[in-house]
Write a protein that binds this ligand. Structure first.
Ligand code: GDP
Ligand code: MN
Length: 335
């Protein structure tokens, strides 16, 4: 089928609704999913189209370590006029590398299972976290794009956007944006922070002046407070991940095997990198983007923002300043 709009996302899109200029960023809406996620994927795409993309026509990229089924492609393609590409992930970017000591990895999974940690025994979850940490932005289907908005199956967008978050980030010189900040399960990352400290000791020049360390530590970096941005939502500049500092950082983490011996998530990995290697002014909290990934949601608590966005979400359920939230740690670094 001929795509309704050119794959080149910078090509103009007819000005309509919230998109009053017809200008777009070089950006894509990105989803990693399994074929079995089709129902949740349909739900998420319906939601982002309804609240944002039907006025913008940003192209989609779907990635999977297995070939996509016709069923998945058909049901997703029915939902939008925007171009869609379905890609497969190269084998070595997904599966556990040969140099991982399998008995040590098995032992690590067993130990974590005994602690009742979610996905403790799952190898595929670890593959996913490692792929999202170090590989997705190198995929050939993403090479033509600078910006991505990560979307997962079974998420909802609760407010109509009256602006383009990609263009906003470009204009404001932002690199990484989030909607929910929370605590990580420490049992999933016992040695991550020590590894990070080894890295910054070895490469002190990678640490940005005026970084967001204050978001992640209560004692100037000695200990990690487990705060991170919830990476199932991300709008970010892939040039940051593709750059020398982050690539070096990822390789350094990866070769410890921590993605498999422990269960390092892409959320703390991305968050720590953004918070250390960027000035804090380049990280952005999108209050206007009502967003839900069960069990958490961000719903704008300011009535004017909530009304303007026709949000409809339950403001009392917003995660912002709840007991598991790290929004306070975020706020304090700007005061
Ligand atoms: P959670 O949000 O941490 O509970 O983890 P999810 O199950 O939502 O997984 C995170 C993202 O990775 C989602 O976009 C999933 O569709 C995707 N994902 C998780 N495991 C796999 C997998 O084994 N294969 C593929 N292709 N995608 C996966
Ligand atoms: Mn998820």
């Amino acid at each position: 089928a001929v795509p309704a709009f050119p794959i080149d996302s910078t090509a103009n899109f007819p000005p309509v609704g919230g998109n009053s200029t017809g200008r777009r960023a070089n950006a894509t809406l990105l989803m990693l999913a399994r074929n079995s996620d089709v129902q949740g994927a349909v739900q998420s795409i319906r939601s982002i189209e309804d609240r944002f993309n039907r006025d913008y026509g940003y192209p989609y990229v779907f990635l999977n370590e297995e070939p996509w089924t016709d069923e998945f492609k058909k049901r997703i393609s029915a939902l939008t006029r925007a171009p869609i590409e379905f890609g497969v992930i190269p084998h070595d970017w997904w599966f556990q590398p040969d140099w991982i000591d399998e008995s040590r990895a098995t032992e690590g999974r067993k130990k974590m299972e005994e602690q009742g940690i979610i996905y403790a025994g799952s190898v595929s979850y670890r593959n996913m976290c490692r792929f999202n940490s170090g590989f997705f932005f190198r995929h050939e289907l993403l090479a033509k794009y600078r910006w991505y908005w990560r979307i997962e199956p079974d998420v909802s967008f609760h407010c109509t956007l009256s602006f383009d978050p990609f263009l906003y980030m470009e204009a404001q010189d932002k690199v990484y944006a989030f909607t929910i900040a929370l605590y990580e399960w420490s049992a999933t990352i016992p040695t991550l922070w020590d590894t990070v400290k080894d890295f910054t000791k070895k490469y002190p020049e990678t640490v940005a002046p005026d970084n967001a360390m204050g978001f992640m530590s209560e004692n100037g970096g000695q200990d990690y407070n487990m705060c991170h941005f919830w990476s199932n939502f991300e709008i970010a500049d892939m040039n940051f991940w593709r750059g020398e500092t982050y690539m070096k950082f990822f390789e350094f983490l990866d070769k410890t095997g921590g993605f498999y011996y422990e269960r390092w998530g892409d959320a703390p990995v991305h968050s720590i990198a953004a918070s250390l290697f960027l000035p804090k002014s380049k990280i952005h909290f999108f209050n206007e983007i009502g967003y839900e990934h069960p069990p958490n949601q961000h719903c704008p608590s300011d009535d004017d923002v909530w009304r303007k966005g026709m949000c409809g979400c339950d403001q009392s359920k917003t995660h912002d300043y709840g007991p598991y939230s790290c929004q306070r740690q975020w706020d304090r670094i700007f005061h």
